[in-house]
Ligand binder design. Structure first.
Ligand SMILES: O=C(O)CCC(=O)C(=O)O
Ligand SMILES: [Fe+2]
Length: 205
């Protein structure tokens, strides 16, 4: 694969509207606690292995068309997250490696797929910047209904959104793990601030 590639007009437009509605209606959809790099964003995450793809499709049927198209056959573990940015939100430079909380030795994903579900018209800011060893490879201006794939070991960031409106992307980190690593990954679990038990959730009082 090239370092990144884009597939334009990936889905029928009613699918994007459906995704938008379903993600907002989902009880897990809440202020993100992904990590400090995600500033002012909302979302939730579904962690699953290929053997439990059927569970994702059962519990979140609206993700199925995306998964059917975007999942790579050589990958066996996935971290799927809808991500909402509004005016002032940004994502600081990082390499996706969300499965590290389950398995310390995990390498970055083989590939990351991103579908742009909604983007404010005439959005200023909000570009995805891809880098390899400090060298900028591309600055991608999100377009609705574009499915982007990028090599999973690239450092990337999202510039602060300067326009009002919503930038919703559906991101999937796709890993090709060894059998031993795969044992450490939950077969199916949802991560959300909403799903945290009262004991675990931090309170700022
Ligand atoms: O929405 C994007 O363009 C990328 C978001 C991102 O980097 C992530 O969710 O890890
Ligand atoms: Fe990322």
């Amino acid at each position: 694969m090239k370092r990144y590639q884009q597939q334009f007009n990936a889905f029928p437009s009613d699918y994007l509207n459906n995704l938008w509605g379903e993600i907002h209606a989902c009880p897990y959809f809440a202020i993100n606690n992904l990590n400090r790099d995600f500033v002012g964003t909302k979302g939730f995450s579904v962690v699953f292995t290929r053997s439990h793809l059927f569970k994702v499709e059962q519990q979140f049927p609206y993700f199925k068309p995306y998964l059917d198209l975007a999942l790579q056959t050589n990958c066996n573990a996935f971290y799927l997250n809808p991500l909402l940015l509004k005016e002032g939100s940004r994502v600081d430079p990082h390499i996706d490696r969300s499965l590290r909380s389950y398995c310390k030795t995990v390498e970055p994903p083989a590939v990351v797929s991103v579908l742009y579900v909604r983007v404010p018209p005439d959005m200023e800011g909000g570009e995805l910047v891809l880098r390899s060893h400090k060298r900028q490879l591309g600055q991608i201006k999100p377009q609705i209904n574009t499915l982007l794939y990028f090599q999973g070991d690239l450092t990337h960031s999202v510039n602060a959104v300067k326009t009002s409106g919503n930038r919703l992307s559906l991101v999937c980190e796709q890993y090709s793990l060894s059998e031993a690593e795969l044992q450490e990954i939950p077969e199916f679990t949802v991560e959300s601030r909403v799903a945290q038990s009262p004991k675990k959730s931090r309170r700022y009082t």
